[in-house]
Write a protein that binds this ligand. Structure first.
Ligand SMILES: *Cc1c(COP(=O)(O)O)cnc(C)c1O
Length: 399
Protein backbone atom coordinates (compact mmCIF):
# COMPACT_ATOMS: atom_id res chain seq x y z
CA UNK A 1 0.00 0.00 0.00
CA UNK A 2 1.46 3.37 -0.95
CA UNK A 3 -0.95 5.69 0.74
CA UNK A 4 -3.56 5.13 3.36
CA UNK A 5 -6.13 7.22 5.18
CA UNK A 6 -7.28 4.16 7.10
CA UNK A 7 -8.49 5.97 10.16
CA UNK A 8 -9.40 9.18 8.36
CA UNK A 9 -8.58 12.42 10.07
CA UNK A 10 -10.30 13.35 13.31
CA UNK A 11 -10.75 16.95 12.13
CA UNK A 12 -12.66 15.98 9.01
CA UNK A 13 -16.34 16.71 8.89
CA UNK A 14 -18.70 13.85 7.94
CA UNK A 15 -18.88 14.70 4.21
CA UNK A 16 -15.08 14.55 3.88
CA UNK A 17 -14.84 11.32 5.86
CA UNK A 18 -17.47 9.75 3.59
CA UNK A 19 -15.33 10.49 0.51
CA UNK A 20 -11.80 9.78 1.82
CA UNK A 21 -12.04 7.79 5.06
CA UNK A 22 -10.52 4.30 4.97
CA UNK A 23 -8.92 4.61 1.52
CA UNK A 24 -5.85 2.39 0.99
CA UNK A 25 -4.09 2.86 -2.35
CA UNK A 26 -2.13 0.12 -4.09
CA UNK A 27 1.25 0.91 -5.74
CA UNK A 28 -0.74 1.90 -8.87
CA UNK A 29 -2.11 4.96 -7.10
CA UNK A 30 -5.67 4.45 -8.32
CA UNK A 31 -8.16 7.28 -7.70
CA UNK A 32 -11.13 5.04 -6.95
CA UNK A 33 -10.60 2.31 -4.37
CA UNK A 34 -9.63 -1.08 -5.79
CA UNK A 35 -11.91 -4.11 -5.63
CA UNK A 36 -9.89 -7.04 -4.26
CA UNK A 37 -11.89 -10.00 -5.50
CA UNK A 38 -9.72 -12.62 -3.87
CA UNK A 39 -10.42 -15.46 -1.47
CA UNK A 40 -6.89 -15.73 -0.15
CA UNK A 41 -3.42 -14.19 -0.09
CA UNK A 42 0.07 -15.56 -0.92
CA UNK A 43 3.18 -15.32 1.22
CA UNK A 44 6.79 -14.81 0.05
CA UNK A 45 8.04 -17.76 2.08
CA UNK A 46 7.05 -20.21 4.78
CA UNK A 47 8.33 -17.90 7.52
CA UNK A 48 6.09 -15.08 6.24
CA UNK A 49 3.07 -17.42 6.32
CA UNK A 50 3.93 -18.44 9.87
CA UNK A 51 4.24 -14.78 10.96
CA UNK A 52 0.89 -13.91 9.35
CA UNK A 53 -0.83 -16.78 11.15
CA UNK A 54 0.67 -16.16 14.58
CA UNK A 55 -0.23 -12.47 14.38
CA UNK A 56 3.35 -11.10 14.27
CA UNK A 57 2.66 -9.71 10.80
CA UNK A 58 -0.79 -8.09 10.72
CA UNK A 59 -1.62 -8.74 7.03
CA UNK A 60 -4.55 -10.51 5.40
CA UNK A 61 -5.00 -14.29 5.64
CA UNK A 62 -8.35 -15.27 4.15
CA UNK A 63 -11.39 -13.27 3.04
CA UNK A 64 -13.70 -14.98 5.54
CA UNK A 65 -11.63 -13.16 8.19
CA UNK A 66 -10.84 -9.87 6.45
CA UNK A 67 -10.32 -8.49 2.95
CA UNK A 68 -8.73 -5.17 1.86
CA UNK A 69 -11.86 -3.84 0.11
CA UNK A 70 -14.08 -4.84 3.04
CA UNK A 71 -11.56 -3.22 5.42
CA UNK A 72 -11.79 0.04 3.48
CA UNK A 73 -15.58 -0.02 3.78
CA UNK A 74 -15.31 -0.80 7.51
CA UNK A 75 -12.74 1.94 8.15
CA UNK A 76 -14.81 4.54 6.30
CA UNK A 77 -18.02 3.90 8.22
CA UNK A 78 -16.08 3.48 11.46
CA UNK A 79 -14.59 6.97 11.01
CA UNK A 80 -18.02 8.42 10.23
CA UNK A 81 -19.67 6.79 13.24
CA UNK A 82 -16.80 7.62 15.59
CA UNK A 83 -16.52 3.94 16.60
CA UNK A 84 -13.31 2.12 17.56
CA UNK A 85 -13.99 -0.92 15.38
CA UNK A 86 -16.38 -2.29 12.74
CA UNK A 87 -17.12 -5.59 10.98
CA UNK A 88 -18.93 -5.75 7.65
CA UNK A 89 -21.48 -8.52 7.20
CA UNK A 90 -23.33 -10.16 4.32
CA UNK A 91 -26.63 -8.46 5.20
CA UNK A 92 -28.28 -6.30 7.84
CA UNK A 93 -29.74 -9.42 9.44
CA UNK A 94 -26.29 -11.01 9.65
CA UNK A 95 -25.19 -7.86 11.51
CA UNK A 96 -28.11 -7.98 13.97
CA UNK A 97 -27.63 -11.72 14.56
CA UNK A 98 -23.89 -11.23 15.05
CA UNK A 99 -24.35 -8.36 17.50
CA UNK A 100 -26.78 -10.39 19.62
CA UNK A 101 -25.00 -13.77 19.37
CA UNK A 102 -21.71 -12.16 20.37
CA UNK A 103 -23.41 -10.67 23.45
CA UNK A 104 -25.13 -13.69 24.99
CA UNK A 105 -24.78 -17.34 26.00
CA UNK A 106 -27.28 -19.94 27.22
CA UNK A 107 -28.89 -18.79 30.47
CA UNK A 108 -28.74 -15.10 29.57
CA UNK A 109 -31.67 -12.75 28.99
CA UNK A 110 -32.35 -10.13 26.33
CA UNK A 111 -34.81 -7.22 26.34
CA UNK A 112 -35.99 -5.80 23.02
CA UNK A 113 -38.45 -3.14 21.95
CA UNK A 114 -41.55 -4.70 20.34
CA UNK A 115 -41.49 -2.41 17.32
CA UNK A 116 -38.76 -4.23 15.41
CA UNK A 117 -38.00 -5.13 11.83
CA UNK A 118 -39.71 -8.55 11.35
CA UNK A 119 -36.58 -10.71 11.23
CA UNK A 120 -35.07 -8.93 14.25
CA UNK A 121 -38.20 -9.82 16.13
CA UNK A 122 -37.85 -13.46 15.01
CA UNK A 123 -34.29 -13.60 16.40
CA UNK A 124 -35.39 -12.24 19.79
CA UNK A 125 -38.72 -14.02 20.10
CA UNK A 126 -38.02 -17.39 18.47
CA UNK A 127 -34.37 -18.05 17.70
CA UNK A 128 -32.60 -16.96 20.91
CA UNK A 129 -34.98 -18.95 23.18
CA UNK A 130 -34.10 -22.10 21.18
CA UNK A 131 -30.53 -21.67 22.44
CA UNK A 132 -31.51 -21.03 26.04
CA UNK A 133 -31.59 -17.23 25.88
CA UNK A 134 -34.88 -15.85 27.15
CA UNK A 135 -36.22 -12.59 25.82
CA UNK A 136 -38.74 -9.98 26.95
CA UNK A 137 -40.40 -7.62 24.49
CA UNK A 138 -41.38 -4.21 25.81
CA UNK A 139 -43.03 -1.05 24.51
CA UNK A 140 -39.79 0.75 23.69
CA UNK A 141 -41.23 4.22 24.27
CA UNK A 142 -42.14 3.33 27.88
CA UNK A 143 -38.89 3.60 29.91
CA UNK A 144 -40.56 2.02 32.96
CA UNK A 145 -41.16 -1.18 30.97
CA UNK A 146 -37.43 -1.46 30.16
CA UNK A 147 -36.58 -0.98 33.85
CA UNK A 148 -39.14 -3.54 34.98
CA UNK A 149 -37.90 -6.14 32.49
CA UNK A 150 -34.29 -6.15 33.77
CA UNK A 151 -33.19 -9.42 35.41
CA UNK A 152 -29.86 -10.33 37.03
CA UNK A 153 -28.94 -12.29 33.87
CA UNK A 154 -29.92 -9.55 31.35
CA UNK A 155 -26.97 -9.16 28.97
CA UNK A 156 -28.33 -7.28 25.94
CA UNK A 157 -30.93 -4.60 25.20
CA UNK A 158 -31.97 -4.10 21.60
CA UNK A 159 -33.96 -1.38 19.84
CA UNK A 160 -34.39 0.50 16.61
CA UNK A 161 -35.33 4.19 16.46
CA UNK A 162 -37.19 5.56 14.61
CA UNK A 163 -39.13 2.31 14.42
CA UNK A 164 -40.48 0.49 11.41
CA UNK A 165 -43.09 1.28 10.15
CA UNK A 166 -44.77 3.74 12.53
CA UNK A 167 -41.66 5.94 13.12
CA UNK A 168 -41.87 6.03 16.91
CA UNK A 169 -38.80 7.49 18.59
CA UNK A 170 -37.18 5.70 21.54
CA UNK A 171 -35.07 7.55 24.11
CA UNK A 172 -31.64 6.00 23.44
CA UNK A 173 -29.88 7.77 26.34
CA UNK A 174 -32.49 6.63 28.86
CA UNK A 175 -32.30 3.01 27.68
CA UNK A 176 -28.47 3.22 27.66
CA UNK A 177 -28.55 4.24 31.34
CA UNK A 178 -30.66 1.17 32.16
CA UNK A 179 -28.29 -1.07 30.18
CA UNK A 180 -25.22 0.32 31.97
CA UNK A 181 -26.80 -0.20 35.36
CA UNK A 182 -27.73 -3.76 34.44
CA UNK A 183 -24.25 -4.55 33.10
CA UNK A 184 -25.82 -5.28 29.70
CA UNK A 185 -24.91 -4.15 26.21
CA UNK A 186 -27.29 -1.78 24.34
CA UNK A 187 -27.49 -2.60 20.63
CA UNK A 188 -29.15 0.04 18.40
CA UNK A 189 -30.33 -0.67 14.85
CA UNK A 190 -29.78 2.79 13.34
CA UNK A 191 -31.09 2.17 9.81
CA UNK A 192 -34.02 4.59 9.83
CA UNK A 193 -32.02 7.55 11.20
CA UNK A 194 -28.85 6.83 9.14
CA UNK A 195 -25.36 7.51 10.56
CA UNK A 196 -25.71 11.13 9.42
CA UNK A 197 -28.65 12.07 11.58
CA UNK A 198 -28.27 10.00 14.76
CA UNK A 199 -25.18 8.81 16.66
CA UNK A 200 -26.23 6.11 19.13
CA UNK A 201 -22.68 5.59 20.49
CA UNK A 202 -22.56 9.24 21.54
CA UNK A 203 -25.97 8.78 23.20
CA UNK A 204 -24.55 5.94 25.31
CA UNK A 205 -25.25 2.82 23.21
CA UNK A 206 -22.54 0.13 23.11
CA UNK A 207 -23.17 -1.26 19.63
CA UNK A 208 -24.63 0.19 16.42
CA UNK A 209 -25.82 -2.00 13.55
CA UNK A 210 -26.83 -1.09 10.02
CA UNK A 211 -28.41 -2.80 7.12
CA UNK A 212 -26.11 -1.24 4.49
CA UNK A 213 -28.66 -2.56 1.99
CA UNK A 214 -30.74 0.54 2.68
CA UNK A 215 -29.43 4.14 2.50
CA UNK A 216 -25.74 3.16 2.35
CA UNK A 217 -26.20 1.40 -0.99
CA UNK A 218 -29.21 3.58 -1.75
CA UNK A 219 -29.54 2.32 -5.28
CA UNK A 220 -31.06 -1.11 -4.73
CA UNK A 221 -28.07 -3.27 -5.69
CA UNK A 222 -26.30 -5.10 -2.88
CA UNK A 223 -27.11 -6.57 0.51
CA UNK A 224 -24.76 -5.75 3.35
CA UNK A 225 -24.55 -4.88 7.02
CA UNK A 226 -22.13 -3.62 9.63
CA UNK A 227 -21.57 -3.92 13.39
CA UNK A 228 -19.75 -1.02 15.09
CA UNK A 229 -18.50 -0.97 18.66
CA UNK A 230 -15.42 -0.81 20.89
CA UNK A 231 -12.18 -2.49 19.85
CA UNK A 232 -12.06 -4.97 22.72
CA UNK A 233 -15.51 -6.49 22.17
CA UNK A 234 -15.11 -6.60 18.38
CA UNK A 235 -11.71 -8.32 18.70
CA UNK A 236 -12.64 -10.73 21.45
CA UNK A 237 -16.25 -11.64 20.70
CA UNK A 238 -17.29 -10.48 17.23
CA UNK A 239 -14.15 -11.40 15.30
CA UNK A 240 -14.05 -15.11 16.38
CA UNK A 241 -17.76 -15.42 15.52
CA UNK A 242 -17.17 -13.92 12.06
CA UNK A 243 -14.06 -16.03 11.43
CA UNK A 244 -15.64 -19.33 12.39
CA UNK A 245 -19.24 -18.96 11.20
CA UNK A 246 -18.76 -17.00 7.96
CA UNK A 247 -21.16 -14.02 7.78
CA UNK A 248 -18.46 -11.65 6.45
CA UNK A 249 -19.27 -9.15 3.66
CA UNK A 250 -18.18 -10.00 0.11
CA UNK A 251 -15.52 -7.70 -1.39
CA UNK A 252 -17.74 -6.94 -4.37
CA UNK A 253 -20.58 -5.77 -2.13
CA UNK A 254 -18.11 -3.87 0.08
CA UNK A 255 -16.87 -1.98 -2.97
CA UNK A 256 -20.39 -1.01 -4.08
CA UNK A 257 -21.36 -0.02 -0.53
CA UNK A 258 -18.16 2.00 -0.03
CA UNK A 259 -18.91 3.96 -3.19
CA UNK A 260 -22.43 4.37 -1.77
CA UNK A 261 -20.91 5.99 1.33
CA UNK A 262 -19.27 8.65 -0.88
CA UNK A 263 -22.67 9.98 -1.95
CA UNK A 264 -24.62 9.10 1.22
CA UNK A 265 -24.70 12.64 2.49
CA UNK A 266 -26.11 14.30 -0.62
CA UNK A 267 -28.65 11.54 -1.16
CA UNK A 268 -29.93 11.39 2.41
CA UNK A 269 -30.06 15.19 2.76
CA UNK A 270 -32.11 15.49 -0.44
CA UNK A 271 -34.36 12.54 0.43
CA UNK A 272 -34.99 13.95 3.92
CA UNK A 273 -35.80 17.35 2.48
CA UNK A 274 -38.33 15.89 0.05
CA UNK A 275 -39.83 13.62 2.74
CA UNK A 276 -40.43 16.70 4.85
CA UNK A 277 -42.13 18.45 1.91
CA UNK A 278 -44.42 15.47 1.30
CA UNK A 279 -45.19 15.13 5.02
CA UNK A 280 -46.11 18.84 5.23
CA UNK A 281 -48.23 18.53 2.10
CA UNK A 282 -50.19 15.54 3.40
CA UNK A 283 -50.64 16.67 7.02
CA UNK A 284 -54.11 17.89 7.79
CA UNK A 285 -55.67 16.68 4.50
CA UNK A 286 -59.21 15.38 5.00
CA UNK A 287 -58.44 11.89 3.70
CA UNK A 288 -55.27 11.54 5.78
CA UNK A 289 -56.21 10.17 9.19
CA UNK A 290 -52.66 10.09 10.58
CA UNK A 291 -49.32 11.34 9.38
CA UNK A 292 -46.11 10.49 11.23
CA UNK A 293 -42.85 12.25 10.43
CA UNK A 294 -40.07 12.56 13.04
CA UNK A 295 -39.08 16.07 11.87
CA UNK A 296 -42.50 17.64 12.43
CA UNK A 297 -43.77 19.37 15.58
CA UNK A 298 -46.88 17.16 15.62
CA UNK A 299 -44.79 13.97 15.96
CA UNK A 300 -45.81 12.25 19.26
CA UNK A 301 -42.20 12.53 20.50
CA UNK A 302 -41.20 15.73 18.71
CA UNK A 303 -39.09 17.02 21.60
CA UNK A 304 -37.16 13.74 21.94
CA UNK A 305 -36.68 13.54 18.17
CA UNK A 306 -35.16 17.04 18.20
CA UNK A 307 -32.91 16.10 21.10
CA UNK A 308 -31.46 12.89 19.70
CA UNK A 309 -31.69 13.30 15.91
CA UNK A 310 -30.00 15.95 13.80
CA UNK A 311 -32.73 15.91 11.13
CA UNK A 312 -35.99 14.18 10.25
CA UNK A 313 -36.06 11.01 8.19
CA UNK A 314 -36.27 9.85 4.60
CA UNK A 315 -39.32 7.87 5.70
CA UNK A 316 -42.87 8.83 6.59
CA UNK A 317 -45.95 6.90 7.63
CA UNK A 318 -49.46 7.85 6.62
CA UNK A 319 -52.84 6.39 7.34
CA UNK A 320 -55.59 7.05 4.84
CA UNK A 321 -59.27 7.09 5.80
CA UNK A 322 -61.04 3.89 4.76
CA UNK A 323 -58.73 1.08 5.88
CA UNK A 324 -57.13 -1.51 3.62
CA UNK A 325 -59.33 -0.79 0.62
CA UNK A 326 -58.45 2.91 0.62
CA UNK A 327 -54.76 2.17 1.25
CA UNK A 328 -54.71 -0.20 -1.74
CA UNK A 329 -56.50 2.34 -3.92
CA UNK A 330 -53.96 5.00 -2.94
CA UNK A 331 -51.04 2.67 -3.64
CA UNK A 332 -52.37 1.43 -6.95
CA UNK A 333 -52.99 4.98 -8.22
CA UNK A 334 -49.31 5.96 -7.85
CA UNK A 335 -47.26 6.27 -11.04
CA UNK A 336 -43.77 7.22 -9.89
CA UNK A 337 -43.67 5.78 -6.38
CA UNK A 338 -43.22 2.02 -6.75
CA UNK A 339 -44.67 -0.71 -4.55
CA UNK A 340 -41.79 -2.41 -2.72
CA UNK A 341 -40.84 -3.51 0.78
CA UNK A 342 -37.34 -2.01 0.48
CA UNK A 343 -36.36 1.46 1.73
CA UNK A 344 -33.68 4.13 1.53
CA UNK A 345 -33.53 3.78 -2.25
CA UNK A 346 -33.10 6.47 -4.95
CA UNK A 347 -36.52 5.32 -6.15
CA UNK A 348 -39.45 6.27 -3.92
CA UNK A 349 -41.06 3.12 -2.55
CA UNK A 350 -44.34 2.46 -0.76
CA UNK A 351 -45.31 -0.47 1.46
CA UNK A 352 -48.58 -1.60 3.01
CA UNK A 353 -47.09 -3.17 6.18
CA UNK A 354 -50.25 -4.99 7.37
CA UNK A 355 -50.35 -7.21 4.26
CA UNK A 356 -46.61 -7.47 3.56
CA UNK A 357 -43.73 -6.87 6.02
CA UNK A 358 -45.93 -7.26 9.11
CA UNK A 359 -48.39 -9.84 7.80
CA UNK A 360 -46.80 -12.76 9.65
CA UNK A 361 -46.82 -11.21 13.14
CA UNK A 362 -50.63 -11.46 13.24
CA UNK A 363 -53.47 -9.08 13.91
CA UNK A 364 -52.98 -8.78 17.66
CA UNK A 365 -49.28 -7.86 17.45
CA UNK A 366 -50.08 -5.38 14.66
CA UNK A 367 -52.77 -3.71 16.77
CA UNK A 368 -50.28 -3.44 19.64
CA UNK A 369 -47.83 -1.66 17.35
CA UNK A 370 -50.41 0.68 15.84
CA UNK A 371 -50.09 -0.98 12.42
CA UNK A 372 -53.64 -0.50 11.23
CA UNK A 373 -55.04 -1.69 7.87
CA UNK A 374 -54.91 1.85 6.53
CA UNK A 375 -51.26 2.59 7.31
CA UNK A 376 -48.69 2.99 4.55
CA UNK A 377 -44.92 3.46 4.82
CA UNK A 378 -43.31 5.73 2.27
CA UNK A 379 -39.58 5.75 1.59
CA UNK A 380 -38.78 8.95 -0.26
CA UNK A 381 -36.29 8.84 -3.13
CA UNK A 382 -34.35 11.23 -5.30
CA UNK A 383 -37.01 12.17 -7.85
CA UNK A 384 -38.07 15.79 -8.36
CA UNK A 385 -40.08 16.74 -5.25
CA UNK A 386 -42.81 18.37 -7.34
CA UNK A 387 -43.33 15.16 -9.37
CA UNK A 388 -43.68 13.20 -6.12
CA UNK A 389 -46.15 15.73 -4.68
CA UNK A 390 -48.25 15.45 -7.84
CA UNK A 391 -48.07 11.64 -7.61
CA UNK A 392 -49.33 11.50 -3.99
CA UNK A 393 -51.99 14.12 -4.74
CA UNK A 394 -53.30 12.00 -7.62
CA UNK A 395 -53.32 8.93 -5.37
CA UNK A 396 -55.19 10.80 -2.67
CA UNK A 397 -57.85 11.75 -5.20
CA UNK A 398 -58.30 8.03 -5.95
CA UNK A 399 -59.11 7.24 -2.31
C1 LIG B 1 -33.75 -3.94 6.24
C2 LIG B 1 -33.56 -3.86 7.68
C3 LIG B 1 -32.87 -4.88 8.37
C4 LIG B 1 -32.35 -6.10 7.68
O1 LIG B 1 -31.39 -5.81 6.70
P1 LIG B 1 -31.07 -6.75 5.44
O2 LIG B 1 -29.92 -6.09 4.80
O3 LIG B 1 -32.30 -6.82 4.60
O4 LIG B 1 -30.72 -8.10 6.00
C5 LIG B 1 -32.72 -4.74 9.73
N1 LIG B 1 -33.21 -3.67 10.40
C6 LIG B 1 -33.87 -2.67 9.77
C7 LIG B 1 -34.41 -1.52 10.55
C8 LIG B 1 -34.06 -2.74 8.39
O5 LIG B 1 -34.73 -1.75 7.77
Amino acid sequence: MTETTKTGNKNWRPETTLVHGGTMRSPFGETSEAMYLTQGFVYDNAEAAEARFNGEDPGFVYSRYANPTVSMFEDRIKALEGAEAARGTASGMAAVNLALMASVKAGDHVIAAKALFGSCRYICETLLPRFGVESTLVDGTDIEQWKAAVRPNTRALFLESPTNPTLEVIDISAVADIAREAGARLVVDNVFATPLYQSPLKLGADVVVYSATKHIDGQGRCLGGVVLSDEEWITEEVMPFVKHTGPHMSPFNAWVLMKGLETLHVRVARQTDTARKIADHLAGKAKVKRLVYPGRDDHPQAELARRQMRAGSTMLALEVEGGKEAAFRFTNALDIIRISNNLGDAKSLITHPATTTHQSIGEEARAELGITDGILRLSVGLEDPQDLLEDVEKALNAV
